[in-house]
Design a protein around this ligand. Structure first.
Ligand code: NCD
Ligand code: ZN
Length: 335
């Protein structure tokens, strides 16, 4: 059995910088035609110069692969129209992080009143720049995403023309909210389709499955699977592949993030096939994102075959999801 995916896209990807960038970026560039690159570097990406030079560093390590890094800017509430107009053609979206909620988000937003967010949101609305949101409060860890939904609703109502992407949704409440507003869209990760909190902490603690937002309950996973497996036009694949060196994961204070980029297409083929919906994977990993973001990625045909793929124990010192395990599909060629 085989499957060809045209121009797969990963609409939420952490590529980091420096040595880590060199390790991970070529792995995404090989199998994906493009990715939305997250801006949570240290310091965060907050200017046109920073976006441009980060994009150059990415392209440099990806060498001659046909791969478009779609760039994002780190949301600050005080951007204005002129500033964003200058940047509009350099970025695809602006990413909003609540302050301190996840890796490298200390400079994020701590006041979610519409008045506080207005300067940037009004300019984005006028310029047609999509807003990507890490939607979690600082409440109890299992309730953070559901508690954030009123904030999504407030922004969606106030700016009905603004495209808002609920990043890496994990709960049935988020799926319900997504359906209530025309201007809400969502990314869904591989890991949240695959695991629940039980896989992270139900037996021996699995640091390489620890991420934000934390994996939730079986009924939440079911709600995500429902919309992903039917490739609902409001959802698209965003891996949230978030590499950390082994010593930051296998540590008393484990960094949040799961490294999935090099296993994503194989694992997605496997779980879509198991669900009997392999024919919907193309929409989930590319077509929906092209429509939502109005982008045309480079042409790339990725051929997968149903043959065992032995997932490496690590890529340099980064441990991927499914490390040392066997997946049922492998990428055979990329044309
Ligand atoms: C991400 C990271 O490490 O940058 N971590 C994660 O657990 N997903 C940040 C994020 O997207 O939350
Ligand atoms: Zn992320």
């Amino acid at each position: 059995m085989q499957l060809t995916l045209s121009s797969p896209l990963d609409m939420h990807l952490h590529l980091r910088d420096g040595k880590m960038l060199e390790i991970v970026a070529p792995l995404s560039a090989k199998e994906f035609a493009g990715a939305l690159v997250m801006p949570n570097l240290v310091p965060p990406v907050t200017s046109k110069e920073m976006v441009q030079s980060y994009k150059e560093r990415i392209l440099q390590v990806c060498k001659d692969d046909r791969f478009t890094p779609y760039m994002s800017l780190f949301f600050l509430p005080e951007y204005d129209y002129e500033f964003l107009q200058e940047l509009k053609d350099t970025i695809l979206a602006i990413k909003l992080y609540p302050a301190g909620i996840t890796t490298n988000s200390e400079g994020g937003v701590d006041n979610f009143s519409l008045e506080a967010l207005a300067p940037t949101l009004e300019a984005m609305n006028e310029l047609g720049i999509p807003l990507c949101v890490h939607g979690e409060t600082n409440g109890f860890v299992m309730d953070r995403e559901a508690e954030f939904i009123p904030i999504y609703e407030r922004i969606a109502k106030r700016f009905p023309e603004l495209k808002i992407i609920m990043e890496h949704i994990t709960t049935k409440e988020a799926v319900d909210a997504l359906m209530r507003f025309e201007n809400l869209y969502a990314t869904i990760t591989l890991h949240h389709l695959h695991i629940t909190l039980d896989d992270v902490a139900g037996g021996l603690l699995r640091p390489h499955l620890f991420c934000k937002p934390i994996a939730k309950r079986p009924e939440d996973r079911m709600a995500l699977r429902k919309v992903a497996f039917m490739a609902h036009e409001k959802v698209m694949f965003g891996s949230d592949s978030a590499p950390h060196p082994r010593d930051k994961k296998e540590a008393p204070g484990c960094a949040a993030g799961i490294f999935t980029a090099p296993v994503a297409l194989s694992a997605l083929a496997q779980i879509f096939e198991e669900a009997g919906v392999l024919e919907n994977l193309q929409k989930f990993v590319s077509d929906n994102a092209q429509k939502i973001y109005n982008i045309t990625p480079p042409k790339k045909e990725v051929r997968l075959v149903k043959e065992p793929f032995e997932v490496p124990a690590s890529y340099a010192d980064v441990v991927p999801m499914f490390a040392g395990q066997e997946l049922k599909w492998r990428v055979e060629s990329v044309l």
